[in-house]
Structure formats: C-alpha cells, structure tokens
Design a protein around this ligand. Structure first.
Ligand code: ARG
Length: 470
C-alpha cells in the first residue's frame, strides 16, 4: 500500500483534529510502545492514583471509580500474564492503557484523561520506574560490597606490589587494595541515594505545561505513589529530565569504577603477572588456540562501560538546546536509561561472580616484589635520623643507581656502601628490608598498615550493617 493511502484511524487519542491519516512511516517513527511498554507497571499505578484523585473531585461516581479500579487491575494482570494485546494504533504505553481501560469500562474510561496530559504522565511514570530501579541498584551494590569485604578479610595478610604509572611503587596489602573498591562503591551508593531525593518529586498534576485546571489533590497523589514531595512548578516538572541525567551519571561513574578494577585484574591474570586466576565459570576459550583461557567477563564489563558512557552522552545531547517545555525529543530519553540500568545490573552480577571465585596467588605477588620498593623506606630512615627529605631522596637515588649497576639488592649491599652514601646509616638499616615491616610503617589512618586496614574492615562492616537499602 502506498503510504499516502494509509487508512484513517480514528482511534488515536489525538486524531480528532486531523483530516488525513498519518503516513505509515510516520506512524512507526512516532511510536514508543516497543520500548516504553516497560513502564506498564508504573503507568497502571499512576492511573490508579489518578482515578482516585478524580473521584475525590466528583469526576467519577463511587461506582464508576470501582469499575475503573477493577479495569486497571485487570489490565495489570493482563500485562503480568503477558496477555495484554498491543494494537497497531497504540502509540505509547499511556495511550495503550487508556484505550484498553475504555474498552473495559466504556464511558468511565473515556474520562480518565481529565485534567492530565501525557506530558505529566510520562514524567511521573519514568520517575516511578527510576525509584524502583534505584532501590534495586542500591541493594545490588550493597551485596557486591559484601563480596569485596569477604574477599579482603580472607586475604588480610597477602602482600603485593602497589603500582603507580603501572610501575611497581610501594608494597600494599591486597586487602587494602580491595577495600579501595568498597569505598568507591560506597560513594556510588551515596550518589544513588542523593539522586533518589530528587527523583521523588511528583510531576503529576502539571498537565501539559501550565498545571491541571481541575482541583486535584496533589499531596494525595504523592502519598498514593510514594513520592516525598510534589513539584513546585509545572513548566519545570514536564521539562525536567535532570533525574535521568543524574541517575545515568551515577551509573557511568560506577561503571568506570568497575572497569578500572577489571583492567587491573585482566593484567594480573596474564602469565607475566600471575597474581590472580579467574575461575573457569567466568572465563572463555579460543576457537583456534586450545590453550587459551581469556578473562572475557572482565573485558566485557570494561567494554560495556563504553556503552553506558555513550548513553550518558546521548542523553546530555538530547537535553541541550531543547526548548521548554515538552518536545517529542524527550521520547528518546528512555532507551538509554533502560539500557544503562540493565547493563549496570549485569555488570554487578558478573563482577561479583568473577571476584568471589577468582584464585588469589599470594606467592606470586610476593615473588614479584622488587626490593627497590624499599627505596622510600630507606629515605624515610635517613629523615628520621635528621636529614632533610630532599637530601635523603638524593642519597637513596644514588644507592638505587648503584644497586642497578652492581645487580646487588638493597639487602645484599654492604654497610660500607651505605655509609659511603651517608654517614647516618648504621647497622639497623638492614631491618628495613622486611615487607611486613614496610607495610606496618603505614598505619596512618587510611594507610596500608595491618592495624589501619583492620580498622577500616570494621568500618566497612559497620557501613554494611547501617543501611541495607533505602
Ligand atoms: N511517548 C511520549 C514520550 O515518551 C509520551 C508523551 C507524549 N506527549 C505528547 N505531547 N505527544 O515522551
């Protein structure tokens, strides 16, 4: 059929004003039902609350309200049982639910859209969806933190080389390294909680842009739908998508966190490092090279981080330069949001699985510790004997050069050689060359010393107990 001859479809919620039918390509282009069907639960909930609010001002008689609520519950069941039939004329989830409600309840259903617009409806639906996702994301991060703490506790004594510039820098407790992820995740949770405080502002009652002309009890709506406040400006309420940006920003930061730890673990799982070995369950092989065991789980988390950052960019571009209030561009806010949430959930679960099952090869970590990592401790030794740090740095740098030239480790160099570099060196310099001691020089709060790490493990456990969810 030629697109110009598309049959007139009077059942569209807005078709009354039009003489001609929508072009069939435009019809498809305009539809969001394929993806916003995910909002069905929120949309039914919003309809339930709205129907009650309308009944309070006499739009529905008690009997009509009863039929409307029954109809909405029926629609809820149809969706839940996967029996809801989407018609080609259903432009989006809002028009689909209204169409079905009118089919079930007749003239009562035809009054459900009194005093509201899809503009305040969609903003409310998406906020409800985000509130649910935020709670689940918070809980998922919380359980990942638990895995991190358990792993840190199991390997409390394991010493590894710490890196800056991917060059060995100073020894670290592996547990200290892992706890750094715990605190990243703590900030991620805080960002979600902060985001939530602004998501729970109710736009419903804002109408298309100017506010509903019906004396709707918005406080009642907020209570019904679990929002903590009502929006204060209808223009802002239907235009605002900050809450989506905030959520996706928080997810992008979270993904970047995971991606960096994945990168470390990928490097550490190589033969060159051999610090960790991923469990078979979280690795894959090669179709060609029979010996291969690849860290695909971690690589995919790193790869999917790009996708969330891409979604984040799309949403920022979407909003920039958009005139107030509503424009159809805003329909494009959903797919990136859904995709980012889905991706984050998958990545949390995969990372949790990979981390909790990976083998930590503490012997190899220790074996790879280069005695050059004592250099700072030697410099600090001289400082404690009174030498200004800048001078002791120079003295030890000479010793480093000497050790490279002669191939002698610090612990093998004779005292005479130390004394040649500085008369402040005494026999006790050799007590420096013990990894445990080096670690325990750093019991400053937040440092890698065992006492400090144990203290922060307790702190982590307390944080885990304090807020399980929000
Ligand atoms: N499907 C639309 C969206 O996702 C719903 C709002 C439509 N509003 C309108 N004025 N056409 O944004």
């Amino acid at each position: 059929m030629n697109s110009k001859e598309t049959k007139y479809q009077p059942e569209k919620v807005w078709s009354g004003r039009f003489k001609k039918a929508t072009d069939s390509l435009m019809e498809r282009f305009n539809q969001s039902i394929a993806f916003d069907i995910r909002l069905w639960r929120a949309d039914v909930q919003v309809n339930l609350a709205w129907a009650k609010a309308l009944a309070k001002i006499g739009v529905f008689s008690p009997d009509e309200l009863r039929r409307i609520l029954e109809g909405l519950r029926k629609i809820h069941d149809e969706f839940e049982k996967n029996e809801f039939v989407v018609l080609p004329s259903d432009e989006d989830i809002h028009s689909a639910v209204e169409r079905r409600l009118t089919e079930i309840t007749g003239s009562a259903g035809a009054r459900i859209h009194t005093g509201r617009s899809r503009n305040d409806q969609v903003a409310t639906d998406v906020r409800l969806f985000c509130l649910e996702a935020l709670g689940e994301l918070f809980a998922a991060l919380h359980s990942l933190q638990r895995t991190v703490v358990q792993n840190a506790e199991q390997h409390i004594d394991c010493i590894m080389p710490g890196y800056t510039h991917l060059q060995q820098a100073q020894p670290l407790l592996f547990s200290h390294y892992l706890l750094s992820l715990f605190f990243c995740l703590q900030r991620d949770k805080e960002r979600l909680a902060d985001c939530k405080s602004r998501v729970e502002s109710l736009p419903l009652g804002s109408g298309a842009l100017a506010g509903s002309a019906f004396a709707i009890d918005r406080e009642f709506l907020a209570r019904e739908l679990g929002f903590s406040q009502v929006s204060e400006n209808s223009v802002d309420a239907v235009s605002d998508r900050d809450f989506i940006l905030e959520l996706i920003n928080a997810l992008a930061i979270f993904q970047i966190h995971l991606s960096r730890y994945c990168e470390d673990f990928i490097i550490w799982s190589s033969a060159e490092f051999g610090f960790i070995e991923l469990d078979d369950a979280w690795s894959t092989g090669s179709s060609m090279m029979p010996q291969k065991k690849n860290p695909d789980s971690l690589e995919l988390i790193r790869g999917k981080t790009a996708r969330v950052i891409g979604n984040q960019t799309q949403l920022h571009c979407l909003m920039k330069g958009l005139p107030l209030t509503y424009a159809k561009d805003l329909q494009e806010d959903k797919e990136s949001l859904f995709d980012s949430i889905d991706t984050a959930f998958d990545c949390i679960a995969v990372f949790d699985g990979a981390l909790s099952s990976m083998k930590i090869n503490s012997d190899m970590m220790r074996q790879k510790l280069d005695e050059q990592l004592f250099a700072t401790d030697i410099a600090d030794y001289l400082v404690k004997k009174g030498l200004p740090f800048r001078e002791s740095h120079r003295v030890v740098a000479n010793l480093v050069r000497r050790s490279i030239e002669t191939g002698q480790r610090f612990s093998e160099m004779p005292l005479a050689e130390y004394r040649q570099a500085s008369a402040l060196f005494e026999n006790d310099v050799f007590s420096i060359f013990n990894w445990q001691n080096s670690i325990n020089l750093r019991n400053v709060d937040g440092g890698t010393g065992i006492a400090s790490v144990k203290k922060h493990l307790i702190r982590a456990r307390q944080l885990l107990k304090a807020v399980e969810t929000f």
